[in-house]
Design a protein around this ligand. Structure first.
Ligand code: C2E
Ligand code: CA
Ligand code: CA
Length: 321
């Protein structure tokens, strides 16, 4: 027999003081309940206490996010990763998207930290990643173009022992081989979870998946871990790319990062390439790949498919000549 312990956190809203309609009343009570869960677990919070709260907006967003997740309303978009040498799409970074029914698109920079805080980033990523893997595998098969999928992983996901195994098995079930998958980790994610991450990253590598260091140059990095985790890819943060056309020292910094990556046998991706000048510059510095609005922003699968198809048409024309 197993004993299950239950506890209740209560949110209280009163009509008509706190809200004037039944849905608003429920929302106010729910907001107060989440505040109780966090700040007074097992106790109660009156909706009044959240009224002038600067975090009220944040709580409301949390409720809407929970509903969006329940209703499967989050989506994944794809930003092409393109070869600098010949402008060919070699894969895509999958990026989470949430279109709020009232506020429109909400930046992942806002909702991902909420998911992390309330501990639902894991199941949500599993779901989105699975969907993305199925779409990319299907597109690769239909266009005879092997495409690689890169996906962002949060620090807390690295704390689950079965993460690598579960992720790679579900990717395979969706038809994507590990060799067409890359996990993106920021420097700060690695620094937070280095101890937990070692064995797991080794599992990813052993099964053929690759590891990419995201936003390189923005966090506190230890060059020792770069060698230790044997990442295959370094993504140079947009911040440096932004500066490098007008600022010689930024360009030199990018050049040094590329030289270091090459010395460690890594591939380099320049992030946030927005203009032809920036592309020319990263090409002159021998960067391998780029992402950015110059080629395409992150788009739904249908538009990503069009970009890949266009490339296939160009190939077919070239071979017909
Ligand atoms: P990131 O991994 O650095 O992703 C690149 C971000 O830069 C994306 O913003 C992309 O839309 C944007 N971007 C790409 N090219 C350009 C450009 O040329 N100019 C400009 N101005 N921006 C460009 P987004 O989609 O808003 O994502 C923000 C961050 O949210 C991501 O940064 C990533 O850290 C996080 N994120 C997104 N989806 C997920 C997810 O599924 N899981 C996790 N853990 N994090 C995610
Ligand atoms: Ca990324
Ligand atoms: Ca990045």
């Amino acid at each position: 027999m197993k004993t299950i312990y239950l506890s209740f956190s209560t949110g209280i809203a009163r009509f008509p003081a706190d809200a004037q309609s039944a849905p608003d009343l429920l929302r106010s009570a729910e907001t107060a309940m989440f505040k109780a869960k966090r700040e007074n677990p097992g106790g109660h919070v009156f909706s009044d206490d959240t009224k002038n709260d600067t975090t009220r907006k944040r709580y409301l967003l949390e409720i809407d996010l929970r509903h969006a997740i329940e209703n499967d309303a989050l989506d994944v978009y794809f930003q092409p990763v393109v070869s600098v040498a010949d402008n060919r799409i070699i894969g895509a970074e999958g990026l989470a998207r949430w279109h709020h029914p009232e506020h429109g698109p909400v930046s992942p920079g806002i909702f991902i930290p909420i998911e992390e805080e309330i501990g639902i980033i894991g199941p949500l990523t599993d779901k989105l990643l699975n969907r993305a893997a199925g779409l990319i595998a299907d597109l690769s098969n239909r266009t005879y173009t092997p495409l690689k999928l890169a996906f962002n992983i949060s620090a807390m996901q690295l704390t689950h022992d079965d993460f690598a195994d579960r992720t790679l098995s579900s990717l395979s079930a969706a038809g994507l081989s590990p060799k067409h998958f890359e996990i993106e980790l920021t420097e700060s994610t690695l620094m937070q979870q280095m101890d937990g991450a070692r064995a797991m990253l080794a599992q990813f590598r052993e099964r053929g998946a690759s590891i990419s260091i995201d936003d390189f140059g923005t966090g506190f990095s230890s060059l020792a871990y770069l060698q230790e985790i044997k990442a295959q890819t370094l993504k140079i943060d947009k911040h440096f790319i932004d500066d490098c056309v007008d600022n010689k020292s930024s360009a030199q910094l990018v050049q040094s990062v590329i030289a270091m990556g090459q010395a460690l046998n890594m591939k380099l991706i320049a992030e946030g390439v927005e203009t032809s000048e920036k592309l020319e510059l990263v090409a002159s510095l021998s960067c391998d790949y780029y992402q950015g609005y110059f080629f395409s922003k992150a788009v739904p699968i249908e538009q990503f498919q069009e970009l890949v198809m266009k490339q296939c048409d160009i190939d077919a024309e070239a071979s017909a000549k």
